[in-house]
Every structure is written in structure tokens, then in C-alpha cells.
Ligand binder design. Structure first.
Ligand code: HEC
Ligand code: HEC
Ligand code: HEC
Ligand code: HEC
Ligand code: HEC
Length: 470
């Protein structure tokens, strides 16, 4: 044992390695204890304890044999020069002391393996946690995280959509994740993060872990409430019976017909997937139809690629839902967060949201000042009485701005369009525009009844709602 320790001590690398491994092992056990006591809410503790510390630990372990090797070479050179090499320890297991030393060595190795194993497991667990994905690179992912937290998928882990099951995507994601960590630290990442995400795993391998594609959804009744930009903020409603459909019996129908497992739709488009030139439809029997849009020559150097349609070609914003200002403000008025009895609040609110601000702080301040000064100037008496309601409206507008617009990441209104529908973005009308034609002259329909029965459109008091909800 004495020789072993001396052997360690003879070389600085070995000594440093042993010290590093010991300190790292102690630090690791400390973080593990913290974690057992429930102190691991912060992803930084996780990154430090389960990624950085184990890395140092492994580095320490590696330094030990490197040092021993350098030492051995030095001995060999000494021998060549005709000097007597320093004696190496003789491991005689008949000797009780050596036996004990050997036992200690084996035991320590086992402990080391256990530490590396646990650390590896913990590292994966930490890196797969939603907190890690959402907050470790905070300024970068903050917008995605904020919108995720208020979405229907707020209880679904980032990895369920971004990685999915199986080892190969796991490895791919860790490789791209490592690059992301580097680019964040070196400040190389693009703002905003470009979409569509090119290397997203095919949605059918992720979404379908939870959503059954062949589930028959049928018709879905949706009521859309809007407010006019007039003094009274006049309320109107549109009522739609959306034909979501799905597979029923032996064939699919309605909107989810596109993802019937027996048909395939591919399309040729620009990188943004917005300018669609050709759509190729292969039906269950194998017949192929191609819908082409004439005109609009491809600019030289412009890249167009084919893509097979899946869930995210419509549901491209299932969880990072940036909403248009109109939709947000209409919801806030409908839910009472903004008082509809404040004159012109829809128009003034839109104006305040649309103005440019340098930061979230500046927006909060600017929106408040703008709303308060409008009422002070236009309705001086009423403004005094409605002070609290005006302040509440300004607060709500600030909140709407801060969750949808992120000046630090160059995310503005409309940076991330949502393809469901056609009101605020082209959406379904990228293909359903009556301009994509087969050789036989058939087009992809824009007939309103293909997708929904329009039971009322922008009506003050729709008859249909009184019938179903008297
Ligand atoms: C319900 C599935 C789902 C979940 C859960 C999910 N994402 Fe996404 N995410 C997507 C889809 C789909 C896209 C691709 C959007 C596109 O290509 O236009 C995306 C895109 C992104 C982008 C690119 C920027 C953007 O807004 O398009 C980032 C960054 C991102 N996700 C981070 C996260 C983080 C962090 C979490 C967990 C807090 C998370 N995602 C959870 C489905 C999901
Ligand atoms: C880990 C499970 C899981 C995965 C993976 C998942 N979802 Fe969901 N999704 C849910 C749950 C749970 C809900 C229901 C939330 C609720 O009703 O509040 C939901 C709701 C939805 C809704 C209805 C939202 C609404 O407004 O009612 C849509 C659309 C949807 N998911 C699409 C997708 C798409 C597209 C993907 C793949 C990119 C996906 N989901 C991946 C679990 C999942
Ligand atoms: C052609 C576009 C399109 C495609 C492709 C598509 N969806 Fe949908 N989906 C819709 C529309 C539109 C709705 C209704 C949205 C609304 O209520 O406003 C919907 C609704 C849903 C809902 C809510 C259903 C409910 O019970 O209310 C879920 C869940 C969903 N889709 C999942 C998926 C999954 C998973 C895929 C991929 C297998 C997929 N969708 C593919 C357009 C599409
Ligand atoms: C990439 C192109 C593309 C996009 C985007 C697209 N569709 Fe389609 N859709 C098609 C094609 C192709 C057909 C088949 C047309 C035909 O055969 O007449 C179709 C057919 C349909 C049908 C009729 C299905 C049936 O029962 O035969 C509905 C409903 C529909 N689409 C709804 C939607 C909705 C809603 C959206 C947007 C959320 C949408 N589509 C987006 C390409 C697209
Ligand atoms: C290809 C399918 C499709 C066609 C064709 C289509 N719509 Fe729609 N429409 C949708 C979907 C999907 C939504 C729901 C969007 C959402 O969930 O936010 C919608 C929503 C609407 C809304 C409510 C939006 C709001 O915010 O008030 C109106 C109004 C509407 N459509 C009118 C029409 C009219 C009029 C036509 C005929 C010219 C038409 N649509 C054709 C798919 C379609």
C-alpha cells in the first residue's frame, strides 16, 4: 500500500487526478444528499451536480493512469540510460497488508463505478426534465417556455414531443443539445430561433404516443367572439361546426382525413413551408393525383423541398402558441380582464399592443402611460371614477404583450404564424386556394362547407346560440 501511495505521489498528474476524483466524489455525494432532501428545483444544481461534477470525476480517474504511464516511461528511459529504475511495488497476495490494500483498491473501483453510473443516470434525468429544457438557456427558451406553460400541453414534457421514444433520437437530441449549449454560451444562436424546425422528429412518432390518429373526433362546435373598434366595443359572434372528423368505419372524413394512415399527402414548398407549389395525393388504392399551382417562377438559387404532411403541418403550434393581438384582446374582454364598458378600449388596446417597445419593462410602462393618458385626455371625468378598471386593463395589456412579444429574441407579433385556420394567417389556404390544379382541372377546394358549417358569421346575437342555449 505504501508503495502504491508513493507511486501515486511520484507523479503530479496522478496526484492531481486522485485529488480531483476524491473532491468530485465528495461533491457528488453532497449534491445527491441535497437532491434526496428535495433541494433540486433549480436546474443549475442539477447541471452542476450531475453533469459538471461527474465530468470532473471522470477526468480525475483518467489522470491517474496517465500519470502512472508517464512514470513507467520515465523508468524505461532510466533503464536505457543504464540507471537502476526505481522499484515497482510487488503485489504479493500472501502478504496480509497487500491483500488489504488490494481489497481497498477493488472496493474503491466499485464505488467509482457506482458513482459514474448513478451520475450518468441522474444527468440524463436532469437533461430530460422540462425545467432543464425550458430554463437552462433561459433567455433563449424563455418565450417557448412561457407559451408552453399556458398551453394544453403544459403537463407534457418537452422531450415527449422533441425526442420521443427509442435510442437513436435520444442520441441525436443529445448531440444537437450539446451544440445548442455551446452556441448559447458563445452567443451564436439566431434570434428568433428559425422555424419550421427542420429536424423535428416526424410528428406521427411523437404525437401519436398520446393521440390516437384514427380516433373519430367528429364535429366540433366553436364560438368565436370578437369586439369592434368602436366606442362601445360592440361584441359579435361567429359560430362554426368544425368538421374535424377522423377515421370512421372504413374510411376517413373531414379535416383529420389528411392523417388517415392509408393516404399520403406530400408537398413541394419553400423552406418556410408557406409558399406551396405542388401537392401530391396518394389514395389508399395507390392512385396518385398531383395539384400544381402555375406562375411564380422559382428564383435562381431558391431551394424547394418535398415534405410528407403530418400533424405539425396544421398543428405547428400545439404548445408554443403565440397568439395574434386581436385574439388575445378579444379573449381578455370576453373574460372580463379588460372591462368592455371602457369606451374605445378595443381600439386603444390594439394601438398600445402594436406600438414598438425595446423591452418587456418598457412595454409595461409604455402601455400603461398610453392607456392612462388616452382616458385622462378624452374622458377626464369618467377616467377619475374608472381609475381602477383602467389600471386593470393596462395591466392585462402588459401581460398580453409580455407573453407574445419578446424584443430580446426579436419575436414580434406574427413571427411564429399558426397554421390552424385562415383568419390571421394563410393556414389551410396554403393549399385550399382553388389555384392548385390537377391536369384534369380539379382544384383543392376552398368551399366554406368543406371544413365547417358556418352557423353564424359576425352576428350581434346569433339565433343559433339562442336555440342551443336558450
Ligand atoms: C406538444 C408537443 C410539444 C411540447 C410538449 C414541446 N414542444 Fe417545442 N415544439 C413543438 C413543435 C411541433 C415545434 C415546431 C414548430 C415549427 O416547426 O414551426 C416546436 C418548436 C420548438 C422550438 C423552436 C422555436 C419555436 O417556437 O418554434 C423550441 C426552442 C422549443 N420547441 C422548445 C421547447 C421546450 C423548451 C419545451 C418544454 C418546455 C417544448 N418545446 C415542449 C412541440 C412541442
Ligand atoms: C405525452 C402525451 C402527449 C403528446 C406527446 C402530445 N399530446 Fe397533445 N394533448 C395531450 C393531452 C393530455 C391533451 C389534453 C389537454 C387538455 O384537455 O387539457 C392534449 C391536447 C391536444 C390538442 C387539443 C388542444 C385543445 O385546444 O383542445 C391538440 C390539437 C393536440 N394535443 C395536438 C398534439 C400534437 C400535434 C402533438 C405532437 C406534436 C401532441 N399533441 C403531442 C397529450 C399529448
Ligand atoms: C389538415 C390539418 C390537420 C392535420 C394534418 C391534423 N389536424 Fe388535428 N385538428 C385540426 C383542426 C382544424 C382541429 C380543430 C381545431 C379547433 O377546434 O379549432 C383539430 C383538432 C385536433 C385535436 C382536438 C380534438 C378534440 O377532441 O377536440 C387533436 C387532439 C388533434 N387535432 C390531434 C392531431 C394529431 C395527433 C394529428 C396527427 C396525427 C393531427 N391532429 C393532424 C387540423 C389538423
Ligand atoms: C399541404 C396541402 C394541404 C393543407 C395545408 C391542407 N389541406 Fe386539406 N386537403 C388537401 C388535399 C390535397 C385534399 C384533397 C382534395 C381533393 O381530393 O379534392 C384536402 C382535403 C381536405 C378536406 C376534405 C376531406 C375529405 O373528406 O375528403 C378537408 C375537410 C380539408 N382538406 C380541411 C383542411 C383544413 C381544415 C386545413 C387547415 C387546418 C387543411 N385542409 C390544410 C391538402 C391540404
Ligand atoms: C380548408 C378548410 C377551410 C375552408 C375551405 C374554410 N375554412 Fe373557415 N375555418 C377553418 C378552420 C380550421 C377554422 C378554425 C380556426 C381555429 O380553430 O382557430 C376556421 C374558422 C373560420 C371562421 C372563424 C374565425 C374567427 O376568428 O372568427 C370564420 C368566420 C370562417 N372560418 C369563415 C370561412 C368562410 C366564409 C369560408 C369560405 C370562403 C371558409 N371559412 C372556408 C377552415 C376552413
Amino acid at each position: 500500500m505504501r508503495e502504491f501511495v508513493l507511486g501515486l505521489g511520484r507523479n503530479i498528474a496522478t496526484l492531481a487526478g486522485a485529488a480531483l476524483a476524491t473532491v468530485a466524489a465528495l461533491a457528488f455525494l453532497f449534491v445527491l444528499a441535497l437532491s434526496a432532501l428535495g433541494f433540486t428545483d433549480s436546474p443549475y444544481i442539477g447541471i452542476f451536480g450531475f453533469v459538471v461534477v461527474p465530468a470532473l470525476f471522470v477526468l480525475g480517474l483518467l489522470l491517474i493512469p496517465i500519470g502512472l504511464r508517464i512514470e513507467r516511461r520515465r523508468d524505461r528511459l532510466a533503464l536505457e540510460r543504464g540507471e537502476r529504475p526505481r522499484a515497482l511495488p510487488v503485489w504479493d497476495l500472501n502478504d496480509a497488508r497487500t491483500r488489504r490494500a488490494f481489497g481497498t483498491f477493488v472496493l474503491l473501483t466499485l464505488v467509482n463505478l457506482a458513482i459514474v453510473g448513478t451520475a450518468g443516470f441522474k444527468a440524463v434525468e436532469v437533461m430530460d426534465s422540462t425545467e432543464f429544457c425550458g430554463t437552462a438557456c433561459h433567455s433563449v427558451m424563455a418565450p417557448e417556455y412561457a407559451n408552453y406553460l399556458r398551453s394544453p400541453h403544459a403537463r407534457v414534457g418537452c422531450v415527449d414531443c422533441h425526442i420521443g421514444p427509442g435510442a437513436s433520437w435520444f442520441v441525436k437530441s443529445k448531440l444537437s443539445g450539446s451544440w445548442q449549449l455551446i452556441s448559447v454560451n458563445l452567443n451564436l444562436y439566431p434570434r428568433p430561433i428559425p422555424t419550421p424546425v427542420e429536424n423535428l422528429r416526424p410528428a406521427r412518432e411523437t404525437c401519436e404516443q398520446c393521440h390516437w390518429p384514427a380516433k373519430f373526433v367528429g364535429d366540433r362546435l366553436r364560438v368565436f367572439t370578437h369586439y369592434a373598434e368602436d366606442e362601445a366595443n360592440t361584441e359579435t359572434k361567429s359560430v362554426l361546426l368544425l368538421r374535424v372528423g377522423g377515421v370512421q368505419g372504413r374510411a376517413a372524413q373531414g379535416i383529420h382525413w389528411h392523417v388517415d394512415p392509408s393516404i399520403r399527402i406530400r408537398y413541394l414548398s419553400d423552406a418556410k413551408r408557406e409558399d406551396i407549389r405542388e401537392v401530391e395525393l396518394t389514395r389508399a388504392g395507390g392512385e396518385v393525383e398531383v395539384f400544381r399551382r402555375g406562375g411564380g417562377e422559382t428564383a435562381p438559387g431558391e431551394e424547394r423541398t418535398w415534405r410528407t404532411m403530418d400533424c405539425v403541418d396544421c398543428h405547428n403550434r400545439p404548445t408554443h402558441i403565440y397568439r395574434p393581438a386581436e385574439e388575445e384582446i378579444d379573449d381578455a374582454i370576453r373574460l372580463g380582464a379588460i372591462d368592455p364598458s371602457l369606451p374605445w378600449v378595443r381600439r386603444e388596446g390594439m394601438g398600445a399592443l402594436r406600438a414598438g417597445y425595446e423591452s418587456h419593462g418598457a412595454a409595461t410602462e409604455g402601455i400603461r402611460r398610453r392607456i392612462e393618458s388616452f382616458y385622462a385626455a378624452s374622458y377626464p371625468e369618467a377616467a377619475a371614477a374608472a381609475r381602477d378598471r383602467i389600471a386593470a386593463a393596462a395591466d392585462e395589456l402588459g401581460r398580453i404583450y409580455r407573453v407574445n412579444v419578446w424584443p430580446s429574441m426579436n419575436i414580434r407579433w406574427g413571427t411564429y404564424p399558426n397554421h390552424i385556420g385562415h383568419t390571421w394567417t394563410v393556414g389551410c389556404f396554403r393549399c385550399h386556394d382553388e389555384e392548385h390544379e390537377t391536369a384534369g382541372g380539379r382544384t383543392i377546394s376552398q368551399d366554406c362547407t368543406t371544413c365547417h358549417a358556418l352557423l353564424a358569421q359576425d352576428e350581434r346575437d346569433p339565433e343559433i346560440l339562442r336555440q342551443i342555449n336558450p
